[in-house]
Design a protein around this ligand. Sequence first.
Ligand code: DC
Length: 237
Amino acid sequence: MVGQGQLRGVVALDGPAGTGKSTVAKRLAMALDARYLDTGSMYRAITVAVLRAGVDPTDPGKVAEIADGAKLVVGTDPEKPGITLDGDDVSVEIRGPEVTLAVSPVSATAHVRELLVAQQRAIIADAVDNVGGIVVEGRDIGTVVSPDAPLKVYLTASEDARARRRTKQDSAAGRESTLDAVLKDVQRRDNYDSSRAVSPLKAAADAVEVDTTDLDLAGTVDALLDLVERRGLRVTG
Ligand code: DC
């Protein structure tokens, strides 16, 4: 029997940093009693392993070795996702500035992507079998991880809006940052993520683009719920 959730299948949610993707994906999953997967947290957790080992994040051979030896367990409850690395809860550490700085080269390592995409597909298959549906957020979900997803959404927002949101998130989490520094970091990561050779950030040809510059959180979630309904992916009763 397929589980108790209201969502049937996979919602792939891609887009650059600061579009509100994580919050939107979690809220959408909660509204549909679905599972939730933050694939960026997995690249970040491997980056923690790389930094802990004192390895250069731009050395693909060494990074691959660390990734092979790292054991990730990723939570898929949208209320409290969480992630452990070798049994250690790294949910807070993965959001720190050292990790944010080093994650781009780590996520551009072909072997890391191969490993993590395989794990992501297994998590997605398990959620669909056991609960019915899952909202998956990242950069390559609609293009690589789940190209058959029945709904693909590509979230965008102006650079300025994205930098403002990131700065707000940082100060809410007690991390020091300035708008200027965050804007530079957003541009640096966009550049890196869009120009890397393996799975660059880009919208799938059949993705629905949703611009969140002038939408608040509730407005964005409503727009996505509407798409889910119109695709016939929501079961009720
Ligand atoms: O969404 P985020 O900022 O937590 O993602 C962290 C980094 O991981 C980001 O620089 C891009 C990369 N990433 C990726 O390459 N592919 C994904 N599916 C998710 C994230």
